[in-house]
Each structure stands twice: as C-alpha cells, then as structure tokens.
Design a protein around this ligand. Structure first.
Ligand code: COA
Length: 388
C-alpha cells in the first residue's frame, strides 16, 4: 500500500485586482452589500494573455520547485477546472506541455468547486494502487470569462487564480488519509454553466439571448445554493474525519472552499468549532471555484498555520451539485531549498515552454519537408493557432 503525501504546493493569482468599488461601477451594488453578504472585498482578474492553462502552469511550476521534483519525474497531471479554453486539448495537456513533463499522463476533471478535492482523491488512489508515483493536482479557473457582468447576484462572487500540489507515493503512513465524494444531480439547475455546444450560434436571432434561455455564463440560485451548502458541508467533514479514524478535536485546520464567509461561519457553528479552526482568505480572492482550496492551502502555509503532524481537512462544494472532503496528515517537511534555488528551478521549468515551441516547429518542418498526409501534417494548421 502506498500513501500519497503532499510534498509541494504553489499558487498563482493574476496581478489585476478588482475591488467591490470597481464592480459598483459596472452593476448596481456596493462594497458594504457585497462584504456583508459574502465577506469578499476584492478578487483577481486574468489579463488578456492569461488563460486557465497559463495560471495552472505557474502554480504547478511553483509547486514543483517547492517539492524539488523535476517535471520529467511527474507521472500524472490532473487539472480540476470549469473554465478550460478547450474541451480538448485538455488544460492538463497544455500544462504538461508547458512544463515539459514528458512522461506524464494528463486530463481535466470537472466537478465545479469540489473539483480540487475530487482530483486529489483520484491522484491519491492512483498512487495507492502503485500505477502512479508522482502526480500534480491543480485547481485553476478564469471565472471572469464566464460571468454575466450584468448580473449583480453572480458577478460579485467570483475571481481568477490557480493552486497546485505535488503528491508523491511513500510507504510511510500518512498523507491523504481518507476522502469522501458526493453528488446530487437533481440540484444541477441551481448553479450551472452551459457548455459551448449546449447553445450554438442563436438561430433565432440576437433576441434569443437574454430570452430566458441559457447563455454560456454562470447562472445561480444563490439562496438555494446557500441552503444546500449549509446542509452538506459539516456532514461531509464529519464523514471524512470518521473515515480517517480521527475525532473532530484531532483536526488542527479546516480549509474549506472559499465561497462565502457566512457559509463557513455556519459550518463552524454546526460543528461547535471556533472560527479560527477554519482558514479563510475569501476577502482577498473571491470564489475561485476549483482553485480556492489549493490557493488557501498555500496562503495557510505562508501564514505559518500548518505544522508537521497537523491533521487538516479540505472540504469543497458547488455545482453538480457536488461536495467532497479529504483528511490529510500534513507530515512531509519539504526539502530545504533556498529562495534563489527555487527561483532558478522555476525559471528552468519556464524554459521548458521554449522546448515545447521547438517541438511544434520541428513537427511542422517535418510535415512540410515530408509532404505526406501524416497525422503531423494534419496537425500543422492546428499548431499554428495557439499562442504563437
Ligand atoms: N448588490 C446589491 N443588491 C443585490 C445584489 C448586489 N450585488 N445582488 C442581489 N441584490 C439584491 C436582490 O436584487 C434582492 O433585492 P430585492 O429584495 O429588492 O428583490 C436582494 O438583494 C436580496 O437578494 P437575494 O438573492 O435574496 O440575496 P441573498 O441575501 O440571498 O444574497 C448571495 C445573495 C448570492 C450573496 C447569497 O445568496 C449567497 O451567498 N449564496 C451562496 C452563493 C455561493 O456561495 N455560490 C457558490 C457556491 S460554490
């Protein structure tokens, strides 16, 4: 039996800050209203050149640098996201390419805001069976691209960002101790983001949009989602703690999905735990969906909230409906790597992107010179498009 230990972590937030006051310039709202209802003061918004894949790559490169693992040692990359640029290639395949993780398999996982915990569980199971030794699990989102910026009940909530962890198999007990995953599809309409093919170019004319039909933006019944979260989150934490053979008192820190401070306060009350047991950064990030837990984890490490041998719980909830928890023994001290060394490693990973461009160029040259209808030649035009 192999145990999956977290040995590296990293997050990345875009530079651009959008405050509540900024949003009040776009829709009829105010800083007071948003802060009182959600605990959010600001969120980050991806720049034009940034995509879910580039954010995921930056977070992964940081996590690998902390773990002191070279991309070629990675066997599996899972990116949990609801905002991929493409259905395929997956965001994970793009991250694999950017990193130069030449031996890794890669796929995306869609479980909305629970996605990171689902992905962590999948990777931990792959490690437990011995089929994978080292994995990167990422939560990454560009929610700003799928928001209806005229809908004040949703556009105030979400933000962009990415967080990643590196998992490694070890025979030493610990790491991911237990996990639970649940879904209730009957509530799917309460929080939804239609896929592109769900709503093709409107054949009924522009009036089709905004005509009560689904658009490719998030739609939510806020009250019902609040009620759903209030019912399932504390129970999910209790389930996973039991599975891990722990008591609530053994838990040092709970890192919940950062959706709304009032939901987190409600869970603390239900579990009769002090609020300090919950790590919260929603004020600065907004709801970054699948990215929120790994971003909060990195912030908690930075803030000195985690010590070796701590028991921590991740709990996610959101669209699907889905919810999931993981109990983790925070037990692996990362290798001593100086800041300079870490930055150098990160630079090396970034240089892998250059190698990837060379490979694309080589493939194109080969197809041009060979002139045969090989798969390479067929890929030629597709290769020209992405960010070159
Ligand atoms: N600014 C000012 N007023 C707003 C507003 C905003 N951004 N958004 C909604 N309102 C208004 C509504 O129009 C409504 O006005 P009315 O009474 O005149 O009709 C009033 O505020 C109450 O609306 P309601 O939707 O009932 O507000 P609420 O108290 O439920 O708060 C949320 C809305 C979205 C903050 C709250 O429902 C929530 O946090 N839900 C959970 C959402 C979540 O976490 N989703 C992600 C899960 S992963």
């Amino acid at each position: 039996m192999k145990y999956a230990h977290i040995i590296g972590w990293g997050s990345f937030l875009p530079d651009r800050v959008l405050t509540n006051d900024d949003i009040a310039q776009i829709v009829d709202t105010s800083d007071e209203w948003i802060y009182a209802r959600t605990g959010i003061r600001q969120r980050r918004i991806a720049g034009e050149a940034e995509t879910t894949a580039t954010l995921a790559f930056e977070a992964s490169a940081r996590a690998l640098a902390v773990a002191d693992v070279h991309p070629s040692q990675v066997d599996l990359i899972i990116v949990a996201t609801s905002t991929p640029e493409y259905i395929f290639p997956s965001t994970a395949s793009r991250v694999q390419d950017y990193l130069g993780a030449v031996r890794a398999g890669a796929f995306d996982l869609a479980a909305a805001c629970s996605g990171f915990v689902y992905a962590l569980n999948m990777a931990a199971q792959a490690i437990a069976t011995g089929s994978v030794r080292t994995a990167i699990v990422v939560g990454a989102e560009t929610m700003s691209r799928v928001l209806d910026w005229t809908d004040r009940s949703t556009c105030i909530l979400f933000g962009d960002g990415a967080g990643a962890v590196v998992l490694k198999g070890s025979s030493v007990p610990g790491g991911i101790l237990a996990s639970t995953m649940r879904s209730d599809g009957s509530g799917g309409n309460l929080l939804r983001l239609p896929a592109v093919y769900h709503n093709p170019v409107p054949t009924l004319g522009p009036e089709y949009l905004g005509n009560g039909q689904d658009r490719n933006t998030i739609a939510m019944n806020g009250r019902q989602i609040f009620r759903f979260a209030s019912h399932v989150v504390h129970a999910s934490i209790q389930d996973v703690i039991k599975k891990a053979d722990l008591d609530l008192q053994d838990v040092d820190l709970i890192i919940p999905h950062q959706a709304n401070i009032r939901i987190i306060d409600h869970v603390a009350k239900k579990l009769k735990l002090p609020k300090e047991k919950f790590y919260v950064n929603v004020e600065r990030t907004g709801n970054t969906s699948a990215a929120s837990i790994p971003i909060a984890l990195c912030d908690a490490v930075e803030a000195g909230r985690l010590r070796p041998d701590n028991n921590i719980v991740f709990v996610g909830f959101g669209g699907g409906l889905t919810w999931a928890s993981a109990a983790v023994k925070w037990d692996v001290t990362p290798p001593e790597v100086s800041l300079l060394d870490r930055e150098w490693k990160r630079t090396r990973y970034i240089m892998a992107r250059g190698r990837s461009r060379l490979r694309r160029w080589g493939r194109r040259m080969g197809a041009t010179l060979g002139g045969s209808p090989t798969p390479d030649a067929r890929l030629r035009d597709a290769d020209k498009k992405p960010e070159e």
